[in-house]
Design a protein around this ligand. Sequence first.
Ligand SMILES: NC(=O)c1ccc[n+]([C@@H]2O[C@H](COP(=O)([O-])OP(=O)(O)OC[C@H]3O[C@@H](n4cnc5c(N)ncnc54)[C@H](OP(=O)(O)O)[C@@H]3O)[C@@H](O)[C@H]2O)c1
Length: 324
Amino acid sequence: MQAAVYTQYGPPSVVSIQNIAQPEPKATEVLIRIHASAVNSGDMRARSLDMPKGFGFIGRLVFGLTGPRKPVLGVELSGVIESVGDKVSAFKPGDKIFAAPEGAMGGHAEFQTLRKDAAIALIPKGCSFETAAVISFGGITALQFLRDKGEIKRGDKVLVNGASGTVGLAAVQLAKHFGAHVSGVCSGRNAQLVRSIGADVVIDYTTADFTEGGARYDLILDAAGTAPWSRARPVLTKTGRLLLVNGSLCDMLCAPFVSRKNGKRLMAGVAMGNAKDLRFLADLVAKGVFTPIIDRTYPLSDIALAHAYVDTGRKKGSVVISVV
Ligand SMILES: NC(=O)c1ccc[n+]([C@@H]2O[C@H](COP(=O)([O-])OP(=O)(O)OC[C@H]3O[C@@H](n4cnc5c(N)ncnc54)[C@H](OP(=O)(O)O)[C@@H]3O)[C@@H](O)[C@H]2O)c1
């Protein structure tokens, strides 16, 4: 099968299209014929080892000490179940699914096998393979940070910093779904996009500073890495929470110490895909509550160009890879 393979860490040119062996499903696995995938910030980090501060060595431990352990990137995908192992009953050949392969990766190829209990869900009716492929990365991250760490509730004032990226666009839509009043911070050229997906207020970070102007927030979700505790804390309400999606190792380790009991809190960590949350997101997509935004689509053969575009840090929403 054709796959985008990388055997060393580095710039987009380390990724090339090669013919590799098609995976065989074990008894507890499904074989997926992939239709679409994405190059996202997770792929960029695994390819380049450009990690948040303090995570450099941990990145090597996770992705491979001297070179990539998994040669095919792609942490989100959509496609059709081609075959299933003897012990799989939840899926059958022909099912249209989307998935978050997490550490298994492998979305940038024609086929991938996943465990039957992996983060896999049926594509909602009326949703294309391209859109389904990009539900999980932003959707799961925004959902788990806002709902599980932030304990978002109706009426909360939420600020999303980095609102025009994959995670930010999902966070704005999900925060609105949970009944919050949402402010989105992005550059002026993306203001209309962020407003169009439901933000009540849009702040252009090139001309304004969200920490000035007197507003206070119950939740601040930082997907841009420019709202550390020292900057965000003064504009949190008395029990406000700072959700650092893009936190450093120090943020993660220090979070329990800087957070004041029953007061302002700093939360960092890693979102992990699971089938239940994918089904939750699929339901929101079916209802038109959550619409993953696609910036560009590249064929698998142009994957290095897709990586180069993601490396600019200027994408709006998701960059899709069309495999079929
Ligand atoms: N913890 C986890 O489990 C987890 C999961 C997923 C992602 N992440 C991390 O979350 C971060 C965001 O991911 P993503 O996929 O959403 O990235 P992305 O799609 O590249 O979006 C980043 C956005 O940040 C905006 N931005 C840049 N500078 C800014 C500033 N000074 N103020 C406000 N916005 C600014 C950019 O918009 P403009 O072009 O308008 O500047 C861009 O749209 C990445 O660092 C990723 O590694 C963490």
